[in-house]
Design a protein around this ligand. Sequence first.
Ligand SMILES: [Zn+2]
Ligand SMILES: [Zn+2]
Length: 241
Amino acid sequence: MLRGFFNGIKDLIYPNLCLTCKNRIVPAKGQNLVCAQCWEKIEKNLPPFCASCGRRLDKLSLAKNICSNCLKFKFHFDRAFSPCTYTGIIKKLIHEFKYSGKDYLGEPLGDLMNKFIKDYRLPIEYIDFIIPIPLHKSRMREREFNQAQILSEQIAKEFNTKILPDALVRTRPTRTQTELAFEERRKNVEKSFTVNDVRSIKDANLLLIDDVLTTGATSSEAARVLKDSGARIIFVMTLAN
Ligand SMILES: [Zn+2]
Ligand SMILES: [Zn+2]
C-alpha cells in the first residue's frame, strides 16, 4: 500500500506523458510510453503488398504484383516485409527507440512485427537464423545498443528461432542515408559488410532485421554478401517501410 502511495506521488511530480501526443497516461502494465489511443493510430502497412519490397501496391502496379520502384531495381534479398508505414506515430517511436536510448521500446515494437508474422502467416518455420543488420562499432558506441538486435530478440523469443548476432559485420561507417537518393545510397553502402561466419550461413534461410526499409539499399547490400557466402533464401523484415 505504501508503495502505491509513493508511486502515486511520483506520478504527480513526474507524470507519465504519451511520447507522441504528450497527454498524461495512467500507468498500465507494459504500456506507459504511448497512450492507448495513439498506439491504435499507428499507421499499418496493408495489403496488397509488393512481392519484392513489401510496400503497399498502388492500383497501377496491381497486375504486375511488383511496385514501379522494384521494377527498376532488383534487390539481392528475396522479399521484404514491414508491419507499418514509415510516417506519423511509428516514425516518432522509431526515432525515440534509435536515438534517445529508449531500448525498452523494443518490446512493444517487436510485438508489432510478431503480430504481422502471425497475421500474414509468414513462413518463419523455414528460417534457420535471424540476423540483425549490424551497426559499425563507432555508431554502436554512440547509441549503446543496436535497435535491430533488440527487435531480433523479440522475434527469436516468440518463434523460437536462433539469432546469429555476429555473423554479419559492418566494416566501415556509412554516411547517414536519410537525404540520399537510391543510387547514392547504393554506393554509400557498397562493400560495407562482411560475413564472419561463413560456415553457418552456407545453405541457410535467413531473416534480416532492421528498423526501417527506405530505399532498401542497406538490406540489399547485406543480402548480397550473405548470398555470396552461400545463403539460400533471404527475407528482410523492418518495423516500417
Ligand atoms: Zn497519445
Ligand atoms: Zn516494391
